[in-house]
Design a protein around this ligand. Structure first.
Ligand SMILES: [Zn+2]
Length: 155
Protein backbone atom coordinates (compact mmCIF):
# COMPACT_ATOMS: atom_id res chain seq x y z
CA UNK A 1 0.00 0.00 0.00
CA UNK A 2 1.31 3.45 -0.97
CA UNK A 3 0.70 6.14 1.65
CA UNK A 4 -0.87 9.46 0.79
CA UNK A 5 1.02 12.46 2.19
CA UNK A 6 -1.18 15.50 2.49
CA UNK A 7 0.08 18.96 3.46
CA UNK A 8 -1.71 20.81 6.24
CA UNK A 9 -2.66 23.60 3.84
CA UNK A 10 -4.63 21.15 1.70
CA UNK A 11 -6.49 19.80 4.71
CA UNK A 12 -7.31 23.36 5.77
CA UNK A 13 -8.56 24.21 2.28
CA UNK A 14 -10.65 21.04 2.23
CA UNK A 15 -12.31 21.96 5.52
CA UNK A 16 -13.04 25.48 4.24
CA UNK A 17 -14.88 24.01 1.22
CA UNK A 18 -16.85 21.52 3.32
CA UNK A 19 -17.83 24.11 5.91
CA UNK A 20 -18.90 26.66 3.29
CA UNK A 21 -21.25 24.13 1.72
CA UNK A 22 -22.38 22.95 5.14
CA UNK A 23 -23.39 26.45 6.13
CA UNK A 24 -25.72 26.36 3.13
CA UNK A 25 -27.03 22.95 4.28
CA UNK A 26 -25.31 21.02 1.51
CA UNK A 27 -22.88 18.17 1.13
CA UNK A 28 -19.64 18.88 -0.67
CA UNK A 29 -17.11 16.85 -2.64
CA UNK A 30 -13.41 17.71 -2.66
CA UNK A 31 -10.78 15.75 -4.56
CA UNK A 32 -7.15 15.51 -3.48
CA UNK A 33 -4.95 15.80 -6.55
CA UNK A 34 -1.58 14.16 -6.16
CA UNK A 35 1.72 13.46 -7.80
CA UNK A 36 2.79 9.83 -7.79
CA UNK A 37 6.28 9.14 -6.49
CA UNK A 38 7.94 5.76 -6.03
CA UNK A 39 6.98 5.36 -2.41
CA UNK A 40 4.08 7.73 -1.85
CA UNK A 41 1.44 10.00 -3.32
CA UNK A 42 2.12 13.67 -2.65
CA UNK A 43 -1.11 15.66 -2.52
CA UNK A 44 -0.68 19.04 -4.21
CA UNK A 45 -4.20 20.48 -4.24
CA UNK A 46 -7.69 20.30 -2.80
CA UNK A 47 -9.87 20.52 -5.89
CA UNK A 48 -13.57 21.27 -5.51
CA UNK A 49 -15.18 20.26 -8.80
CA UNK A 50 -18.22 22.16 -10.01
CA UNK A 51 -21.13 20.28 -8.50
CA UNK A 52 -24.78 20.35 -7.69
CA UNK A 53 -25.37 19.48 -4.09
CA UNK A 54 -28.20 18.90 -1.70
CA UNK A 55 -28.44 17.98 1.94
CA UNK A 56 -27.62 14.32 1.35
CA UNK A 57 -26.07 13.99 -2.08
CA UNK A 58 -24.15 15.72 -4.83
CA UNK A 59 -23.58 15.27 -8.52
CA UNK A 60 -20.74 16.27 -10.82
CA UNK A 61 -21.72 16.33 -14.47
CA UNK A 62 -19.87 14.58 -17.27
CA UNK A 63 -18.48 17.78 -18.77
CA UNK A 64 -16.92 18.76 -15.45
CA UNK A 65 -15.38 15.31 -15.04
CA UNK A 66 -14.00 15.46 -18.57
CA UNK A 67 -12.33 18.81 -17.94
CA UNK A 68 -10.89 17.51 -14.68
CA UNK A 69 -9.46 14.46 -16.45
CA UNK A 70 -7.86 16.75 -19.03
CA UNK A 71 -6.30 18.82 -16.25
CA UNK A 72 -4.95 15.65 -14.59
CA UNK A 73 -3.36 14.46 -17.83
CA UNK A 74 -1.88 17.87 -18.54
CA UNK A 75 -0.32 18.22 -15.09
CA UNK A 76 0.45 14.50 -14.68
CA UNK A 77 -1.61 14.24 -11.53
CA UNK A 78 -3.99 11.67 -10.18
CA UNK A 79 -6.83 11.73 -7.69
CA UNK A 80 -5.37 10.21 -4.54
CA UNK A 81 -8.49 10.58 -2.43
CA UNK A 82 -11.98 11.94 -2.41
CA UNK A 83 -13.42 13.72 0.60
CA UNK A 84 -17.09 14.48 1.15
CA UNK A 85 -19.24 15.70 3.96
CA UNK A 86 -22.42 14.24 5.43
CA UNK A 87 -25.16 16.03 7.33
CA UNK A 88 -24.87 13.54 10.19
CA UNK A 89 -22.85 10.38 10.73
CA UNK A 90 -19.90 9.55 8.54
CA UNK A 91 -20.22 6.29 6.59
CA UNK A 92 -20.01 5.13 3.00
CA UNK A 93 -23.55 4.91 1.71
CA UNK A 94 -24.63 2.66 -1.15
CA UNK A 95 -24.68 5.76 -3.36
CA UNK A 96 -21.15 6.59 -2.23
CA UNK A 97 -19.97 3.10 -3.18
CA UNK A 98 -21.65 3.21 -6.57
CA UNK A 99 -20.85 6.80 -7.41
CA UNK A 100 -17.26 7.02 -6.21
CA UNK A 101 -15.05 9.18 -8.37
CA UNK A 102 -11.93 7.14 -7.97
CA UNK A 103 -11.62 3.55 -8.94
CA UNK A 104 -8.00 2.50 -8.55
CA UNK A 105 -7.17 -0.17 -6.02
CA UNK A 106 -6.08 1.50 -2.79
CA UNK A 107 -8.07 4.67 -3.52
CA UNK A 108 -9.10 6.49 -0.37
CA UNK A 109 -12.45 8.03 0.44
CA UNK A 110 -12.95 10.21 3.50
CA UNK A 111 -16.41 10.94 4.83
CA UNK A 112 -16.62 13.86 7.25
CA UNK A 113 -19.58 14.06 9.64
CA UNK A 114 -21.84 17.00 10.48
CA UNK A 115 -20.87 19.04 7.42
CA UNK A 116 -17.38 19.46 8.96
CA UNK A 117 -18.91 21.89 11.44
CA UNK A 118 -16.33 21.18 14.14
CA UNK A 119 -13.52 20.01 11.89
CA UNK A 120 -9.98 21.26 12.19
CA UNK A 121 -6.54 20.17 11.16
CA UNK A 122 -6.09 18.32 14.43
CA UNK A 123 -9.41 16.45 14.31
CA UNK A 124 -9.59 15.70 10.60
CA UNK A 125 -8.16 12.18 10.54
CA UNK A 126 -9.75 11.20 13.84
CA UNK A 127 -13.30 12.18 12.96
CA UNK A 128 -13.27 11.02 9.35
CA UNK A 129 -14.57 7.65 8.35
CA UNK A 130 -11.91 6.41 5.94
CA UNK A 131 -12.66 3.83 3.28
CA UNK A 132 -10.30 2.09 0.91
CA UNK A 133 -11.13 0.49 -2.41
CA UNK A 134 -10.03 -3.10 -2.28
CA UNK A 135 -9.85 -5.96 -4.71
CA UNK A 136 -13.20 -6.84 -6.21
CA UNK A 137 -14.15 -3.16 -6.28
CA UNK A 138 -15.29 -3.18 -2.65
CA UNK A 139 -15.03 -0.16 -0.38
CA UNK A 140 -13.87 -1.26 3.07
CA UNK A 141 -13.76 0.77 6.27
CA UNK A 142 -10.15 1.30 7.37
CA UNK A 143 -9.79 0.52 11.07
CA UNK A 144 -8.56 3.36 13.26
CA UNK A 145 -5.10 1.82 13.67
CA UNK A 146 -4.73 1.48 9.90
CA UNK A 147 -5.25 5.14 9.06
CA UNK A 148 -1.66 6.27 9.58
CA UNK A 149 -0.27 3.72 7.15
CA UNK A 150 -2.55 5.13 4.45
CA UNK A 151 -2.62 8.84 5.08
CA UNK A 152 -0.36 11.28 6.90
CA UNK A 153 -0.81 15.00 7.26
CA UNK A 154 2.48 16.84 6.83
CA UNK A 155 3.49 20.43 7.62
ZN1 LIG B 1 -21.95 10.08 1.30
Amino acid sequence: MIPVFCPQSVVDQTIVHLQAAGTAGKECLVLWLARRLDDRLDVVAAHRPEQQAWRDRFIVDAAEMASLMALLRRDRLMIAAQVHSHPKEAFHSFADDEGAFIRHQGALSFVIPYFARDSSLSTFLAEAALYELQEGNRWMLVPREGVRARCQIRP
